[in-house]
Write a protein that binds this ligand. Structure first.
Ligand code: ADP
Ligand code: MG
Length: 232
């Protein structure tokens, strides 16, 4: 039997989740996957609440774990109550919830990311890889504008931007690429000097600590990676 090549499988991928020969996931994201993504993200934020707060103690005000645990619990409460026709609809509720329920700077910033993603994927019942990549790029642009920050300033952008680049370099979802990129990017923030957010007040003392928002962004993308793996 002939082994199907990547393109043959891509034709089928519109309806079926499947593995390519490279271990990539040729699937489209549907509402249920977003719900699973949020469930896992919330679990990770609850489990790592103290750790995230401990990252925010030396270079912030020690509330990041509390903010993320509260925010994603509110997201989980909201999205499990509603029913959604499209991924864009659920992404919008996630955005609104994070913006309204998280007190810290991170709430409006994560909220902006999800709102941009929601707008970018509007109008279809499933989100193609290309559309998702475009959505993450829009999210990065939105966070940069909202926070007046660029890559390299030791913020969550230092995870979101490398993720957008890694997605763009690939042609299909890869759970490993997502988690490996997010982990490395988070670790790279350790030696950065903070020039935005509360950590900027600590100047050189901000070096040697992982950025809290990059760590929570890592959990978010790790959760997505696990959802992709489960669907394979
Ligand atoms: P706060 O700083 O208000 O206490 P959090 O502790 O919840 O809010 O979140 C801090 C995180 O938010 C930082 O670790 C950083 O990743 C992110 N952040 C802060 N300011 C900015 C900014 N201007 N642009 C992008 N991200 C930012
Ligand atoms: Mg804080």
């Amino acid at each position: 039997m002939a082994v199907p090549d990547k393109n043959d499988m891509k034709v089928n991928s519109i309806y079926f989740s499947c593995f390519s020969m490279e271990g990539e996931f040729l699937m489209e994201i549907d509402v249920q996957m977003i719900l699973d993504w949020m469930k896992k993200t919330n679990e990770k934020m609850q489990e790592n609440k103290s750790y995230l707060t401990s990252l925010d103690q030396p270079i912030g005000d020690g509330d990041h774990g509390i903010n993320m645990a509260r925010g994603f619990q509110e997201v989980e409460n909201k999205v499990t109550k509603e029913s959604y026709a499209t991924p864009s609809d659920v992404l919008k509720d996630i955005a609104m919830t994070l913006m309204s329920k998280v007190g810290g700077a991170s709430g409006p910033l994560f909220g902006t990311a999800f709102l941009k993603l929601s707008t970018a994927v509007k109008g279809s019942e499933t989100v193609s890889y290309e559309s998702f990549v475009n959505g993450i790029e829009q999210a990065v642009t939105g966070v940069k504008q909202r926070g007046k920050a660029e890559a390299g300033e030791k913020t969550m952008i230092d995870v979101w931007f490398p993720i957008s680049e890694a997605l763009r370099e690939n042609e299909a979802f890869s759970a490993d690429v997502l988690v490996d990129t997010a982990k490395q990017a988070m670790e790279n923030t350790k030696e950065m000097l903070a020039t935005k957010g509360r950590a900027a007040y600590f100047k050189e003392k901000s070096q040697g600590h992982i950025d809290p928002g990059s760590a929570s962004s890592f959990y978010l993308f790790e959760a997505l990676s696990e959802v992709l793996k489960e669907r394979a």
